[in-house]
Design a protein around this ligand. Structure first.
Ligand SMILES: Nc1ncnc2c1ncn2[C@@H]1O[C@H](COP(=O)(O)OP(=O)(O)OP(=O)(O)O)[C@@H](O)[C@H]1O
Ligand SMILES: [Mg+2]
Length: 267
């Protein structure tokens, strides 16, 4: 950002588009239930994710991570506070691939392209390009049941990218995969994130995974979920999950996570 832009921004109060966060949560509260039996789940969450930034969210089971992602995805509304996501609606990817089993890998991606408004003639070549990107070139005609778990998550990743958003929300996307497949997909998501300069908000229970992937790790406390602590991860990418740098930070973060779980009762 040039100093001139900073000055004009300060003088006019007009935000320069390039400076805007890809995701901004301001004092977000979320409660479930009905009057008289309200359970606060998220309490005063303020969090910015910069364009091109990779943030992982950690926290005990039930602390509100998926709730937070759903709010950012626009699937639910906060009880109070605001969520700003300039640009197209973020893409959301889950632990389960949620592909349509009656469609081929390619057709699943084409459907997302259609919903994103991509003209018919461009859909097939673009679906093939996205399959190449996730290293599944040649799998266009494969049906979902013919794909391994790792391949299905690759198709799900391609489908999420087909939505054309610069914001990718991932809710434990690799949790159901074996360690080796997960390791390979860590490399893939790191590569695609860097190539496409995506803003990623990634939920996981796996502290090493959080450190392996992120530029910033955010730890949520429980009942209600609040931001307990953040770590900036400056280790160079691509990282190895078994490297000593990742291991050392993971030990420190795990200690804090354990502390949060102890403070707030059962996991
Ligand atoms: N639609 C809903 N209606 C009522 N309560 C809900 C709803 N969605 C979530 N909750 C409650 O909000 C709390 C947080 O749930 P959430 O799924 O966000 O947790 P999480 O951190 O993603 O947990 P996990 O790590 O197990 O996936 C839980 O107590 C859950 O029961
Ligand atoms: Mg969850």
């Amino acid at each position: 950002m040039s100093p001139a832009l900073t000055t004009s921004q300060a003088a006019t109060g007009v935000e320069v588009p390039g400076d805007r966060p890809a995701v901004r949560l301001s004092n977000v509260h979320k409660s479930f239930g009905r009057p008289g039996a309200v359970t606060p789940v998220l309490d005063d969450i303020s969090l910015d994710v910069a364009p091109g930034e990779f943030v992982t969210l950690l926290g005990a089971s039930g602390c509100g991570k998926s709730t937070l992602l759903n709010l950012v995805a626009g699937l639910d509304k906060p009880t109070a506070g605001t969520i700003e996501v300039p640009g197209p609606r973020p893409a959301l990817m889950f632990q389960e691939h949620a592909l349509f089993p009656w469609l081929t890998a390619g057709r699943n991606i084409e459907l997302a392209l259609r919903l994103a408004g991509v003209p018919r003639a461009e859909r097939r070549p673009e679906a093939e390009r996205l399959l190449e990107l996730v290293r599944l070139g040649g799998s266009y005609d494969k049906r979902v049941h013919e794909l391994s778990g790792g391949m299905r998550q690759r198709v799900a990743m391609a489908r999420a990218l087909a939505q054309g958003s610069q914001v990718l929300l991932m809710d434990e996307p690799f949790a159901a995969l074996d360690a080796i497949t997960r390791d390979v997909l860590h490399d893939e998501i790191t590569r695609i994130w860097a190539e496409r300069q995506l803003a990623v908000l990634f939920v996981t229970h796996n502290v090493r995974e959080a450190v392996r992937l992120a530029q910033r790790v955010v730890l949520l406390s429980s009942r209600p979920g609040r931001i307990a602590r953040e770590w900036r991860i400056d280790l160079p990418q691509p990282r190895r999950i078994e490297s000593s740098g990742v291991a050392d930070l993971s030990i420190e973060i795990t200690e804090e996570l354990r502390g949060e779980i102890r403070r707030h009762g059962k996991h």
